[in-house]
Each structure stands twice: as structure tokens, then as C-alpha cells.
Design a protein around this ligand. Structure first.
Ligand code: NAD
Ligand code: ZN
Ligand code: ZN
Length: 337
């Protein structure tokens, strides 16, 4: 099968012919139709994080397609079903976190396109317990970004505990942020969007952001504090430390700063301000299967729509170049044909 393969950190991916994965107990083989390109894939191929991915690696954790083979012990998914394969490739199922329904925190999880091969390929093996069915009325390309960008931002908003009518700030209007704006609006929140450049800010406005701030022209934290006395919650999706510093400063007393983007930096947090203002700083990592089902439902009912451009798998290196330059509107979705 054709796949895009990373061999060494920072080298371009190579389009290669590799062996189709073999079915094992508990798995299904998915003929991949499309796969969104998440900034995490770029971090993986660059070796940005303290925990390194397998090498060689087939990246991709927003893969969607049709089940073409299944192991005999798989009974809840059939051949022909349309499914997605999220970042949470599998979890142990019996640790404290799994038992509490927080399988996204399982210490024994495997991650698609990181610790196991992902969906930048014509076929991908999925753990049947973690492959999630796509609602009938969502096509593959529209569904793909929801399997990471969608569920991650939906979950981060849940974690933020912000209530309808309160203000949240979405920092970064990229693959994640453009969906965060829509989930936030659908949840009845008032939204400030922060990014730079007319393209991103016009998109944010179109997607329902009430206020858009260009961080190159206006200091977001100063503006937000002056106008509102801070936001109840900020969801920081940018892969930039500067964005996190500013996000922290934007929160009001008692508010929450939800960390989502993953630059490989430390975030020195002022203890005095955090204590006296009762600010929470919380990490949020993708979501559970139930979060994913809910996030897909928002899209199936028309409340949220990923903005996508498609590119053939063979163009992946150009797509990464565009991502490095922040030159993507919404999400780029690779197609396998
Ligand atoms: P993206 O490249 O599509 O979007 C990032 C956006 O941030 C761009 O629009 C860019 O212009 C903007 N940005 C950069 N610096 C900024 C700043 N200082 N202020 C405001 N905006 C700024 O990336 P993405 O796919 O949306 O992923 C973003 C980050 O989230 C990555 O680090 C990725 O690894 C991480 N991520 C985390 C999770 C999780 O579960 N926590 C899940 C998926 C992705
Ligand atoms: Zn577990
Ligand atoms: Zn992702």
C-alpha cells in the first residue's frame, strides 16, 4: 500500500510502498479515505517533544475510512462501516483512569501516528474498541478533522467549565481554534478569537467570534483585561510560548487557563497572582470516546463545520511547509486516491 513515511526527524516524508498491516485479534483494517493534518503530526516528524514517536513512522491521527477486514472477535463493528481512528489508538481498559471513564489519561495508551502507525496511508489498523463510527450524514472529508481538532477543542471547553453567557478567549485560529470558536458558540459562550492576519481573523468572524484580536497589532491580554476585566476561560491552541503567556494574563479572577497547544517550552506561572486570583491552569488532552461521539453529533446536526481544503497524500511535505508558515485556513485534509 502507499504511505507517507517519516524516517528521520525533520527530513521530508517519503511516499513509499509498504506492507498492508495484518489483522490481529481485536482490530479492524480501515481503507483510509481521508486524513486531516494536525500540527501534532509536524511535532512528531520534527521530534519536538520529550517523548519521541516510533521511527520509521506513518503519521496521521484524523484518519477516516471504511472497514474492509475485521478480526473474528470483533462483533460491534462490521465490514463496510465508516469509522475514524483518533489519536487515542487504544488504552488499557483497566487502570484507574480507564475505569473512571478518562481513558484519554491512561498511562498505557497507544497513540495513532505516534507510538503506532497512523492514517497517512491507504490502509490503517485500528483497535476496534477505539475506532468510532461516523454519523450517516457526515462525509469523510468533513468528518476527518473532528477526530482530533474537533474532540480536543470540544473537550477543552468542557474542562474550562465556562457557562453560557460567559466570555472565553480562543487563542490560535488554526485547525483546532477554528473548531473551538464554533463549539464555544454552540455552547452559548461569547467568544474572543486571537490570531494574526486578515485571513485568520475574517474566518474567525465568519465562524461566529464576537471579537477578533490581531496579536501583532494589539496586546490581547491588555485589551481583554481593559474591556472585560478578563475572560472566564482561555483555550490556548497556539503552538507558541508567547501565546501561553498572554493567555494566562487574559484570565479573570476565578477563571481557567486551559492549555492545549504543545510547544516544547516551560510556562513559568506567577504563584502570587495564581493564588490570590484563584486562577486554574489546566492541561487538556484530546478527549474520550464519549467526548468524540458528542463532538461528531454537533457536526452531524449542523452546529459545527470544519473548514477544509483537500490535498493528495503525495503533497504532504508542501502541507507541512504551509503549516510552518501558518498559511492554512482551517484544516488541510489529505485524500488517498
Ligand atoms: P495550526 O498550525 O493549524 O494552528 C495554530 C494556530 O496558532 C495558527 O493559526 C497560528 O497562526 C496561531 N498562532 C501562532 N502563534 C500565535 C500566538 N502567539 N497567538 C495566537 N495565535 C497564534 O495547529 P493545530 O493543528 O490547531 O494545533 C495547534 C497545537 O495544538 C499544536 O501544538 C498541536 O500539537 C496541539 N494539539 C494538542 C492537542 C491536545 O489534545 N492537547 C490535540 C491536537 C493538537
Ligand atoms: Zn488505562
Ligand atoms: Zn491532533
Amino acid at each position: 500500500m502507499k504511505a507517507a513515511v517519516a524516517h528521520q526527524f525533520k527530513d521530508p516524508l517519503r511516499i513509499e510502498d509498504v506492507a498492508q498491516p495484518e489483522i490481529r485479534p481485536g482490530t479492524v483494517l480501515v481503507k483510509v479515505a481521508a486524513c486531516g493534518v494536525c500540527h501534532t503530526d509536524l511535532h512528531a516528524c520534527h521530534g519536538d517533544w520529550p517523548v519521541k514517536p516510533k521511527m520509521p513512522l506513518i503519521p496521521g491521527h484524523e484518519g477516516v475510512g471504511t472497514v474492509v477486514k475485521k478480526a473474528d472477535d470483533v462483533t460491534h463493528i462490521d465490514i463496510g462501516d465508516k469509522v475514524g481512528i483518533p489519536w487515542l489508538h487504544s488504552a488499557c481498559g483497566h487502570c484507574e483512569h480507564c475505569l473512571q471513564g478518562n481513558e484519554n489519561l491512561c498511562p498505557d495508551q497507544q497513540n495513532s501516528g505516534y507510538s503506532v502507525d497512523g492514517s497517512y496511508a491507504e490502509y490503517c489498523l485500528a483497535d476496534a474498541h477505539y475506532a468510532i463510527k461516523i454519523p450517516e450524514n457526515l462525509d469523510f472529508v468533513a468528518a476527518a478533522p473532528l477526530f482530533c481538532a474537533g474532540v480536543t477543542t470540544y473537550k477543552a471547553l468542557k474542562v474550562s467549565d465556562a457557562k453560557p453567557g460567559q466570555w472565553v478567549s480562543i487563542v490560535g485560529v488554526g485547525g483546532l481554534g477554528h473548531l473551538a470558536i464554533q463549539y464555544a458558540k454552540a455552547m452559548g459562550l461569547n467568544v474572543i478569537a486571537v490570531d494574526t492576519g486578515e485571513n485568520k481573523l475574517v474566518l474567525a468572524k465568519e465562524l461566529g467570534a464576537d471579537i477578533c484580536i490581531d496579536y501583532e497589532n494589539t496586546d490581547p491580554a491588555q485589551h481583554i483585561q481593559a474591556q472585560f476585566g478578563g475572560v472566564q476561560a482561555v483555550i490556548c491552541t497556539a503552538a507558541s510560548k508567547a501565546a501561553f503567556d498572554s493567555a494566562y494574563q487574559s484570565v479573570k479572577r476565578g477563571g481557567k487557563c486551559v492549555l492545549v497547544g504543545l510547544p516544547n517550552d516551560a510556562l513559568p506561572i506567577p504563584i502570587f497572582d495564581t493564588v490570590l486570583k484563584g486562577i486554574s491552569v489546566i492541561g487538556s488532552i484530546v478527549g474520550t470516546r464519549q467526548d468524540l461521539i458528542e463532538c461528531l453529533e454537533f457536526a452531524a446536526s449542523g452546529k459545527v463545520r470544519a473548514i477544509v481544503q483537500t490535498q493528495p497524500l503525495t503533497n504532504i511535505n508542501q502541507v507541512f511547509e504551509q503549516m510552518i508558515k501558518s498559511d492554512i485556513q482551517g484544516r488541510i485534509v489529505l485524500t488517498m486516491d
